[in-house]
Design a protein around this ligand. Structure first.
Ligand SMILES: Nc1ncnc2c1ncn2[C@@H]1O[C@H](COP(=O)(O)OP(=O)(O)OP(=O)(O)O)[C@@H](O)[C@H]1O
Length: 432
């Protein structure tokens, strides 16, 4: 694929691109698309011409390269590293916004200088930025960073530990990891590790033989066996009793387990994804979670951002979830309802947003959800300041209270609280 002088020949590169089954484009160092293969063009209505345009303009509708628009630019990265680079980008495609795995490979001339880039674009299954039947929704930087980790680890067999507050979507992300993995056609089995008594838990997980314990009238297959070849999702893994933790560790280390009541060692070929909202590292310190198991589960940690750190995702999610919970009704959100939703702090994260909308649907007789269909109480400023409040408790309030001495109204305004709430807070802090 080179001229006599050793530099890559454009016509040969273009022919090579055509042989590739996945969508590919060829760009120069100046972001200009100089060729697009058939698989790429097939996605565009009327085979709209993209050659000659800039990649950031076609894929992002940006007027400037991605890195100047606050995103990672694989081309810039590759120029710096001189290597192939991969990123996950949210792209405008003819089918709507979609997460795409981008892989950029530099092509050099005879002198070793990078002259072109081959860019492969593969849609990430199971995630959409917009409303989508059951997929993960989001486009905020915190969400995209999390999805980038998901896209990186999913194709491997590495154990993943999902950490995040309740309702942030850990189970949904576990499902996405499975769907993106090469195990997608095999079972995805979710185990809720909380709330099961120890003996029952062991038999649920590993199965039991007939007569293994009172009431075991028949042999039972466990969830580990049911997940064979696929993914076992251990939800609330921090709740696994210590005695079962040893058995889980053996499963992870040797790929073997025993049914309850059987001496026979059985083989399991599974990928483990686990999730917790509890501080596992602290539990290790406290001795309630085995350190060796923690390391085995935590090969690739992914942190799920709380909704309050996901900015504009709130409205994106609200619209999509509204469509899901509205039972066929076409409902919209009034400006006041939107403002309230954007300002609220969501201690219960996406699950709470979904529940709020479900309740609002039931209260709303018309086709627009109003402020009064959402919970009574203070607005945006209140909720956001509550979060700050819990992060920085009494000392700040004490300082502040002194500098606003006697003027409760001004202090309330400064904190974004109603005077009544401020009064309650001051009283609780012994400052009223
Ligand atoms: N990014 C998202 N896009 C769409 N829906 C979401 C998203 N994240 C969460 N949800 C929805 O929010 C609800 C809670 O999600 P999920 O059960 O996955 O959270 P979780 O973190 O596992 O919660 P818990 O820790 O309480 O088990 C579900 O209805 C899920 O569909």
């Amino acid at each position: 694929m080179a001229d006599n002088d050793g530099s890559p020949q454009l016509s040969e590169l273009v022919s090579f691109l055509q042989t590739l089954p996945e969508p590919h484009i060829l760009c120069d160092r100046d972001y200009r698309i100089i060729a697009a293969n058939e698989a790429y063009r097939a996605n565009w209505p009327d085979r709209q011409e993209v050659v000659g345009r800039k990649c950031y303009e076609v894929s992002h509708r940006y007027a400037v390269p991605c890195d100047q628009a606050g995103e990672f630019c694989p081309l810039q990265r590759s120029l710096r590293s001189g290597q192939r680079e991969r990123v996950l980008h949210l792209h405008h495609t003819p089918q709507g916004e979609s997460f795409e795995n981008i892989e950029l490979s530099p092509i050099r001339d005879a002198s070793g200088e990078i002259v072109y880039y081959i860019e492969k674009l593969e849609p990430l299954p199971g995630a959409r930025s917009q409303a989508h039947a059951q997929g993960l929704i989001g486009r905020s930087p915190a969400f995209v960073r999390m999805m980038e980790m998901v896209a990186r680890v999913a194709p491997s067999d590495a154990a993943v530990l999902l950490q995040g507050e309740s309702g942030t979507g850990k189970e949904l992300v576990a499902g996405a990891i499975h769907r993106i993995s090469k195990r997608a056609d095999q079972p995805f089995v979710a185990v809720d590790c909380s709330g099961l008594p120890e003996t029952l838990f062991e038999s649920e997980l590993f199965g039991h033989e007939r007569g293994a314990f009172t009431g075991a009238t028949a042999r039972k297959t466990g969830l580990v066996e049911a997940a064979a070849g696929g993914t076992l999702f251990l939800d609330e893994v921090g709740d696994i009793p210590l005695s079962i933790q040893v058995k889980l560790l053996r499963l992870l280390e040797t790929g073997t387990y025993r049914r309850v009541g059987s001496p026979e060692l059985r083989k399991a070929e599974i990928r483990i994804v686990s999730a917790t909202h509890r501080p596992l590292a602290e539990m290790v310190e406290a001795g309630s979670f085995r350190q060796d198991l923690f390391y085995r589960l935590n090969i690739f940690p992914i942190f799920l951002p709380p909704l309050r750190e996901r900015g504009d995702d709130v409205l994106l999610l609200a619209e999509a979830l509204l469509a899901r919970v509205a039972g066929g009704r076409k409902l919209t959100l009034s400006a006041a309802a939107q403002a309230w939703l954007v300002g609220y702090a969501y201690p219960g994260n996406v699950r709470e947003l979904r529940n709020l909308l479900e309740r609002a649907c039931l209260l709303c007789d018309g086709d627009e959800i109003q402020r009064e269909h959402l919970p009574a109480g203070e607005n945006a400023a209140f909720s956001r300041s509550t979060v700050k409040f819990t992060e920085k408790p009494a000392p700040d309030l004490r300082t502040l209270a002194r500098s606003f001495a006697g003027n409760r109204k001004a202090l309330a305004a400064e904190l974004g609280l109603s005077e009544r709430t401020l009064y309650r807070r001051l009283k609780a802090a012994g400052l009223s």
